[in-house]
Design a binder for this molecule. Sequence first.
Ligand code: UT7
Length: 334
Amino acid sequence: MDKINAVITGVGGYVPDYILTNDEISKMVDTNDEWIMTRIGVKERHILNEEGLGSSYLARKAAKQLMKKTGANPDDIDLVVVATTTPDYPFPSTASILCDKLGLKNAFAFDLQAACCGFLYLMETAANFIRSGRYKKIIIVGADKMSSIVDYTDRATCPIFGDGAAAFMVEATTEDVGIVNSILRTDGKGLPFLHMKAGGSVCPSSYFSVDNKMHYLYQEGRTVFKYAVSHMAEVSEELAEKNGLTKEDINWVVPHQANIRIIEAVAHRMDLPMEKMLVDIQRYGNTSAATLPLCIWDNEENLKKGDNIIFTAFGAGFTWGAVYVKWGYDGKKE
Ligand code: UT7
């Protein structure tokens, strides 16, 4: 019997209309465009500022575009998995809300939490469901409304993040393309450096937690920066080597978009030119689980069937890893 591979057959994306510029941020906290551009590399970020809408709204927009572009029949979708750190509600899952909004009758759905690394874990998860032979069509979505957990009085974090979502269709194929291999890692010792202090079962929401701003993202930037660079570079190189990919064989690296200096440092350590790194941080900022697929959404027209792509990310946990994909089609699907 032919080997079943899991191929990405389309991408959909969405960022909200409202654009928060560096000039506006400079009016909220003591910062300026020059500092943000040189230290982080974000020019603007999109913010979902309509009341009553959460990450499932972003996910729905991205997934609807994906279904249109791939001509998918809703009845054929077997599974929907959403990676998010900013779910609509603690429960039920954002994926279950999405499933309803998309009118999927035959799918089951769940959320996956791996912070900024969520989309890497999603690709590996979807690939294994497909390889099992039991599932044929899977939608994976990275969606985060980071503005809902960012403290806009904290200059160390508020310029970094934005809102957005993007989705891949993953399908079974016997062709030699698709999600080939991955190295995924987790180290729970990262907890003190990047987390949200309250709202979970250790410290449920209370007047105290709200008064003490414990529902915002907390980050020790310098520590996270250091680990992000070394871990993303190391694991990407290990994955390339494991799959016999030389520097020349790698067409693109899709790095998590957290800081342009992290991306440049990863390229330097991998001895790859910046032209091979897909970058859109200047337009969207760090959209957490959405950065990797948004980058593909932005660059779809430049991709060719057979391109060797290394996705890599680092996030809270710590979580990190790299996924090797052999791209499945030429150019942009309309
Ligand atoms: O997606 C999850 C993974 N997250 C990441 O990968 C993020 C990793 N970390 C980073 O990207 C960077 O560490 C930051 C962008 C968060 C901070 O950049 P940094 O170069 O590490 O700055 P720093 O925290 O070491 O601060 C340097 C200085 C400080 O001033 P002093 O103490 O030297 O006087 C900060 O107060 O820069 C100051 N500063 C700012 N100044 C102007 C911090 N934020 C700002 C700001 N504008 N927005």
